[in-house]
Ligand binder design. Structure first.
Ligand code: EPU
Length: 341
């Protein structure tokens, strides 16, 4: 186990892998894949590691996707961008705003790569990646074939996409196509944005989003974390009525005819777990949905804390939280229900 993974994932845990290979071109990708196949080793494709919890050492090879490149095409009503998967998401958002291509501002400061943004269908402050996606470019590593999937085939949903359910050692996202309409419709529906009176300019909205995030969410360079640890759970409207009779302040959002989404951070705070700590793993003081590494946390400590939260929320609210982040085992992703049981 030669390679320390601390700087390759934002939780910054002291975990290791057999091998780490940086992929900067499609040739690198093909060469690295063949090498891993020959060695019959488990393979993990990683962007900036901002949504992964390594639960133990990884007994195989990690390919760091660092494919770069950006092409912009101006159309009558929109800009069409083709962005390589290894570009940094926030730098892309910043660039588009600077260039007068407004639209992505609510997704500012989300850590991670462009490829991960598609995989995860990132979202914040009322906006999701899928609203801007035209297509996703993949490579089938087994066949060596490129495939371009239109957004309509990507099965985007709340922090979910087709790509999360494909064979994880076979398909790799190499780029995405974005459509940024020239007609700008700022999304100000999120509570803390409604005071921004219109007309608002894109740069001001971008700055406000950055300020909100900086106030609540820890900078992974200073305090290890992977953003929201759990998803906001979906419950039935019937369950909601029951909970509201006991907790009238429970924040919830419409989801479908039958279901609503409730704020997991609020549930965790209500359980008195804000600031709760196991070793160096802790519930963040400013946002209870985020677990942080105070410096020397181990995977075991983070998992013990996550299990404790899971149990408490189940006991108090009869809600089973699901991880939002990927739990990575020694040879591949773990089943979250088994890990948290
Ligand atoms: N809340 C509390 N206490 C807390 C945290 C939240 O009471 O400790 C309450 C807030 O007051 C608010 C509600 O819960 O009424 C929702 O909180 P917030 O607006 O901070 O957002 P969130 O639902 O906790 C989600 C996303 C974030 C995204 C924000 C803003 C998920 C799992 N998380 O968090 O995404 O930035 O909304 O849109 O959907 C991420 O995916 O990693 C992430 C950070």
């Amino acid at each position: 186990m030669n390679h320390c993974l601390r700087r390759y994932h934002t939780f910054a845990l002291p975990v290791r892998a057999r091998q780490v290979i940086t992929v900067e071109s499609l040739e690198d990708l093909s060469r690295a894949y063949q090498q891993v196949q020959r060695a019959k080793q488990p393979l993990l494709l990683l962007g900036e590691g901002s949504n992964t919890l390594f639960c133990e050492d990884f007994q195989g090879t990690i390919l760091l996707i660092r494919l770069k490149g950006l092409q912009v095409e101006e159309r009558a009503e929109a800009w069409h961008l083709r962005v390589a998967a290894g570009e940094n998401w926030h730098q892309l958002v910043d660039y588009t705003i600077q260039q007068g291509m407004a639209g992505l501002e609510n997704l500012a400061l989300i850590p991670g790569s462009v490829g991960a943004a598609a995989l995860q269908n990132i979202g914040a402050y009322g906006v999701e990646f899928k609203q801007f996606c035209r297509y996703v470019d993949l490579i089938d590593l087994q066949q060596g074939q490129p495939v371009r999937l239109p957004a309509s085939a990507c099965q985007f949903a709340y922090r979910d996409s087709l790509f999360k359910h494909l064979e994880h050692q076979r398909w790799v996202i190499v780029g995405v196509g974005l459509n940024i309409p020239k007609a700008w419709h700022p999304c100000l529906t999120y509570g803390e944005l409604t005071p921004l009176s219109t007309p608002v300019v894109p740069q001001a909205l971008f700055n406000t989003i950055c300020a909100i995030r900086r106030a609540k969410l820890p900078d992974p360079l200073l305090l290890g974390n992977a953003g929201s640890f759990f998803k906001n759970p979906l419950i039935t409207k019937h369950q909601l009525q029951d909970l509201l009779s006991r907790y009238p302040d429970l924040p919830y959002y419409p989801h479908s005819q039958r279901q609503v989404k409730v704020a997991a951070g609020w549930l965790i705070e209500q359980s008195g777990l804000k600031g709760c700590r196991i070793g160096d793993a802790a519930v963040h003081q400013q946002q209870a949905l985020v677990l942080v590494n105070l410096g020397h946390a181990t995977p075991q400590q983070v998992l013990a804390l996550a299990k404790h939260i899971h149990q408490q929320i189940k006991q108090q609210f009869a809600i089973s939280l699901e991880p939002e982040i990927c739990l990575m085992g020694a040879t591949g992703p773990l089943n979250p229900a088994e890990v948290l049981a």
